[in-house]
Design a protein around this ligand. Structure first.
Ligand SMILES: [Zn+2]
Length: 84
């Protein structure tokens, strides 16, 4: 077992395995990977909703209020956009 491990069990015994704050570089890579995947999923979901007629931004590029997004969802649902 390595002398030093991060809470996730990565070997942090060498200084190359840690960043300036002493955090585990392997964990940092994991965090960035998750963030990329999460951003990609949000984008994919937004595109799917938008193709069904739900808008998350108004004509001025401002975010639409969550209640308004729900109202749009109800409208597209009633219009049959989610029908199999
Ligand atoms: Zn780690």
């Amino acid at each position: 077992m390595p002398a030093q491990e991060c809470p996730s069990g990565h070997d942090t015994s060498t200084s190359a395995a840690r960043d300036g704050q002493g955090h585990c570089r392997e964990c940092e890579r994991d965090r960035q990977r998750r963030r990329r995947v999460s951003d990609g999923m949000k984008l994919a979901m937004a595109k799917a909703f938008e193709s069904a007629g739900v808008r998350f931004e108004d004509d001025a590029g401002q975010p639409v209020a969550p209640a308004d997004v729900v109202r749009q969802l109800v409208n597209v649902y009633e219009a049959g956009a989610f029908a199999p």
